[in-house]
Design a protein around this ligand. Structure first.
Ligand code: DAH
Length: 346
């Protein structure tokens, strides 16, 4: 082959290579073209081999053109490769696009049981007056549940608490949270401001207003010079925080063996506001707790000198408070675990 036709052949080769590369649809076909033109058995390589047959004077000219063609084909391959990669990336970005402004799926949130929520609200209110939460055991002994609360064996007041016994050694399921008073007095030194929430048990026939399992919150304050006026003021603050700032309250005389004097604490009926309705037995008042000044016998069992320390105690049923807050009429609903009921407290 002569010089001119060899150079023409190189240019044709370049043109066909550039056209094919420009039309290559993907990285794999681009690779095939690379091998086809520049590989060991490639077309350009074959032509370059022919250079050996040329007269020595022509060799540099052909070599220069051949190098130029090879550079051009390599540049075209690289350029097309970049283009294809960019296009592939763009396609993938489009296919995998995430719309970060789409609202997320909502997570099903649980909620507190109304009894737990009410207990916490009670603790929160008394917490503002410095009361600290303690917990006593659910299995108590006879002595702490009764005797140390000034209810000796065979005392008729024991009939007030129909008791579930656990063994013959005097262990029982606590009938109220009051035995916690003794435990706190023995553990802590005055001034004491304690709140004792917890589950209690009684042997009861179950109906809308009686349960064999229920919750109470007990309060105990002991200091030097604590009076009934402190009790009255504190319970008023509690009633106002829980049932509204202007709700009237009253003390009525009551009886509990572990307090003297004892009172019942009433709030103006939250259903009828005092006009009289079935919910308040037409009295216009609802009793929310029992309270009184801690009996000297109880103070002594708690290891305290009644000549020096005085205090008050109170105890309330959490279900009763929850009923009034949420207008619930049947205690059994709290134990049923029926989501249709529980979901209303979210
Ligand atoms: N423990 C009593 C009950 O179960 C409630 C009670 C009344 C607690 C008066 C007190 C209190 O601390 O002073 O019925």
């Amino acid at each position: 082959m002569n010089l001119a036709s060899l150079i023409a052949e190189l240019h044709r080769l370049r043109d066909s290579a550039l056209e094919a590369i420009g039309a290559a649809p993907d990285a794999a076909s681009l690779d095939e073209l690379r091998v086809d033109y520049l590989g060991k058995k490639g077309r350009l390589t074959a032509i370059l081999r022919g250079i050996g047959d040329l007269p020595p004077a022509d060799k540099p000219a052909v070599g220069a053109v051949a190098n130029e063609v090879r550079d051009e084909v390599e540049r075209a391959l690289a350029e097309r490769g970049r283009l294809l990669r960019a296009a592939a990336l763009a396609a993938r970005l489009e296919a995998e696009a995430v719309d970060v402004t789409t609202p997320g799926r909502t997570i099903g949130r649980g909620s507190l049981h109304p009894i737990v929520e009410t207990s916490r609200r009670i603790a929160e209110i008394f917490g503002q007056f410095g009361f600290v939460v303690y917990e006593g055991p659910e299995i108590e002994d006879d002595v702490t549940n009764f005797q140390m609360l000034n209810i000796p064996p065979d005392h008729p007041a024991r009939d007030l608490w129909d008791t579930l016994y656990v063994d013959v050694e005097g262990h029982l399921l606590r009938t109220h949270t009051s035995p916690g008073q003794i435990r706190v007095m023995r553990e802590a030194a005055p001034p004491i401001r304690a709140l004792l929430p917890g589950r209690c048990y009684r042997y009861e026939a179950i109906d809308a207003s009686h349960a064999s399992e229920f919750f109470q919150v007990e309060g105990l304050m002991i200091d030097e010079g604590t009076t009934m006026a402190d009790l009255r003021g504190l319970l008023d603050q509690f009633a106002h925080a829980m049932f509204g700032a202007h709700r009237p309250t009253r003390f009525r005389p009551g009886y509990y063996p572990f307090t003297e004097p004892s009172v019942a604490f009433d709030v103006r009926c939250v259903v009828c506001n005092g006009r009289g309705c079935p919910a308040c037995s037409r009295t216009g008042w609802m009793t929310i707790l029992g309270a009184g000044m801690v009996h000297p016998v109880v103070l002594r069992y708690g290891g305290l000198d009644p000549e020096r320390f005085q205090g008050f105690a109170f105890g309330m049923g959490v279900e009763r408070i929850a009923n009034l807050r949420h207008a619930v009429g049947d205690l059994r609903l709290y134990m049923d675990n029926d989501l249709r009921f529980l979901e209303q407290f979210r």
